[in-house]
Design a protein. Structure first.
Length: 131
């Protein structure tokens, strides 16, 4: 996975904190179900922690509620939004001076639909902070 590759590069000393500009913001990170099932949220946190002055916090959420196209289906929309409201949406709404990171495309759509806030892919944040 993208984040595992980068975390391995960090471990080898190929990706360094000095390669990133400071970002004096909180980065709230929602992990994709795919990450949680096949790997871990730790590799991406390790990479995001390299950004100077950024405070990286994992959102202790389960599924965002979208589950691929599930949340877009009329008969599942309400339950999809209720799942998002359990933990994810309140965490995103309560974020001040921060960035929401979500690797999953469906998660980013769900966050936008449920909160009106744009979540970024981790690669976008790394690019934003690259020197």
């Amino acid at each position: 996975m993208f984040e595992e590759f980068l975390a391995n590069e960090v471990d080898k000393g190929e990706v360094l904190s000095s390669q990133f500009k400071p970002l004096n913001k909180t980065i709230k990170y929602h992990g994709h179900c795919h990450q949680k099932a096949l790997s871990s949220l730790t590799p991406l946190k390790k990479v995001l922690d390299l950004i100077p002055e950024a405070k990286v916090e994992l959102i202790p959420s389960g599924c965002c509620g979208m589950a691929g196209s599930f949340g877009y289906e009329k008969e599942h929309y309400d339950i999809s939004m209720k799942i998002g409201e359990l933990v994810l949406f309140p965490a995103v709404r309560n974020l001040e001076n921060g960035i929401v990171v979500a690797p999953g495309t469906s998660c980013r759509h769900q966050i936008k639909d449920g909160t009106g806030k744009k979540a970024m892919h981790p690669a976008e944040v790394l690019f934003l902070c690259a020197r």
